[in-house]
Design a protein around this ligand. Structure first.
Ligand code: NAD
Length: 280
């Protein structure tokens, strides 16, 4: 029976650390501030933004919300980003994704000042991660690394499998594991034999978005499993990409969904805002 990695507890400890560093910034007259840009009325995005606001308040970080209509143009959004870039009181800029279809999302992410890109999605920050000189690391992969650390998983020399190759999760995740000296494989939709890949991995990071696609029987006994997926199962309940109950039997340690990676993502965002404020 494996260890259940408690993402809520680890995120709480991280938020407490962030709150302590925020208090130091405040003592020297700097008020760490996150600008949150929400375009349109996607209900899930509204929930994420509300949660981020709550966690920010807990850490002592001020948030300034910018809500724009669903018919906002790329030009209008770029004008807002430029004004936030120029605003010395703003440390971090977060543009909640997804953006409505008429908006050029790449142009918007590219317009964010890399020094305020607390999501770590700007090509400059992704490139810095690749060359081994990271500044802002994307929050979900960073959170996964902190969970691996909390579980005491040895990464040096370990075989690590990242399932999924998105720019916001899979690719930066693989870079972080590589930097930690793991032997990294990235699996994706064209991978021939996923079961075989999973079966030889000491560490599995699942970031696909398909409910329980990885059965427990695939898992190498003792492996550490970090489940990034957030899905609605057939029973209507939230679940990950890994069959948690089956995997718990074989894994050394595993994150649940919910209560695993999700809370870490938000805590790492706050960590990045505090890091941004340390540059003021
Ligand atoms: P995405 O759709 O951009 O990428 C999914 C990846 O899965 C793709 O690279 C694709 O190649 C791969 N894939 C698809 N089918 C596959 C298959 N059969 N076998 C192997 N790989 C396959 O998604 P994303 O934005 O990277 O998010 C992935 C999941 O993580 C989603 O469920 C999302 O909701 C969740 N997520 C959670 C958090 C969090 O904070 N917990 C943050 C971001 C994303």
């Amino acid at each position: 029976m494996g260890q259940r990695i408690d993402g809520r507890a680890v995120s709480k400890a991280l938020l407490a650390e962030v709150a302590a560093s925020v208090a130091k910034h405040q003592a020297r007259g700097v008020k760490p501030t996150l600008a949150v840009v929400l375009v349109g009325d996607d209900p899930a995005s509204a929930v994420y933004v509300r949660n981020k606001g709550k966690r920010a308040a807990e850490a002592g970080i001020a948030t300034v919300d910018h809500r724009l209509g669903a018919d906002t143009t790329t030009g209008e959004l770029l004008a807002l980003i430029r004004s936030l870039n120029d605003d010395a009181s703003v440390d971090g800029i977060l543009v909640q994704l997804p953006l409505p279809p008429q908006v050029d999302a790449d142009a918007v992410l590219l317009a964010i000042d890399p020094a305020k890109d607390v999501d770590g999605f700007h090509p400059e920050n992704l490139g810095r991660l690749m060359i081994g000189d990271p500044r802002f690391v994307a929050c979900t992969p960073l959170g996964c690394m902190k969970l691996l650390e909390s579980a005491g998983t040895e990464l040096s020399g370990a075989r690590a499998l990242v399932i999924g190759r998105s720019t916001i999760v899979g690719k930066p995740m693989a870079q972080l594991l590589l930097a930690a000296n793991a032997t990294v494989t990235t699996a994706h939709s064209r991978t021939q034999d996923l079961a075989e890949e999973v079966g030889r991995a000491d560490v599995v990071i699942a970031a696909v978005g398909r409910p329980k696609m990885i059965p427990g029987a695939w898992i190498k006994p003792g492996a550490t499993i970090i489940d990034v997926g957030i899905n609605r199962g057939e029973d209507g309940k939230l679940c990950g990409d890994v069959d948690f109950d089956g995997a718990l039997e074989r894994a050394g340690a595993i994150t649940p969904v919910p209560g695993g990676v999700g809370p870490m993502t938000i805590a790492c965002l706050m960590h990045n805002v505090s890091l941004a404020a340390s540059r003021r």
